[in-house]
Design a protein. Sequence first.
Length: 280
Amino acid sequence: MASKAVYLNGSYMPLAEAKISVLDRGFLFGDGVYEVIPAYYGKLFRLDDHLQRLENSLAAIRLTNPHSRDQWQAIFAPLLAADKNQYIYLQITRGVAPKRDHAFPANVAPTVFVMCSDILPFADTDTGIAAVTMDDSRWKLCHAKAITLLANILHRQAALDQGSAEAILVKDGYVTEGAASNVFVVLDGVLVTPPKGNAILPGITRDVLLELAEKNSVAWREDAISVAQLNCASEIWVTSSTREIIAVVELDGVKVGEGVPGPLWHTMNGLLQAYKQSLL
Ligand SMILES: Cc1ncc(COP(=O)(O)O)c(C=O)c1O
């Protein structure tokens, strides 16, 4: 399969030839969901977890999964390269309806799109990033990985406009997550992350870190994090599939801890890298 090939509704084709109708409900309404699945040297990372989250996202928007687990795996396989780190991006929309109407269309097949991109090393992994807090302007379905990402985009851009790399979102005085990441803090030596619910995306990287913490006797808990606690945390991290664990070394212009990735970041990042290696 030539590189730059993508999958669209049953066929593989060069990216430039992948076209959808302007009546697609993803285009008109943002009516769809997506997944991002890392693949290290051709091996999909935590595939079952990602496909379970996809199933949950589809259920949240009342769309039937068009493929079984095995069918998904067969769709991904030709897009993967055995010699590099990549991620699968897959998107399912409610399809192309005959006209623009908010109501679900009857008897319309979903649009299924899959592409594969290289994971480029994140420039600031070793140094950490600056982040800014802002009021979380999103809706009550944040647990669904919906393509409707306008609020997240505005949050990320507002952070970039202030010279920071990520927005840390706050709802009613408590941290939810980042614009495109989950949040962890270290409080009195304990790793703390907000509990799952409809205010955050249940990140796969988040789950992996909690598993690794448990296995390696690192104290952790899922708990609400107030802004006051965030401001006195000795370490703050943001996590995601493509950037992994990134330390926040400056928050709202103030140094976090010593202003460098902290000791627990080094421990957990080491455990994550070893875990990834063990799966190859
Ligand atoms: C809003 C949001 N929260 C959390 C995450 C982290 O999820 P994962 O670790 O599965 O990539 C992402 C990933 O992009 C995200 O967009």
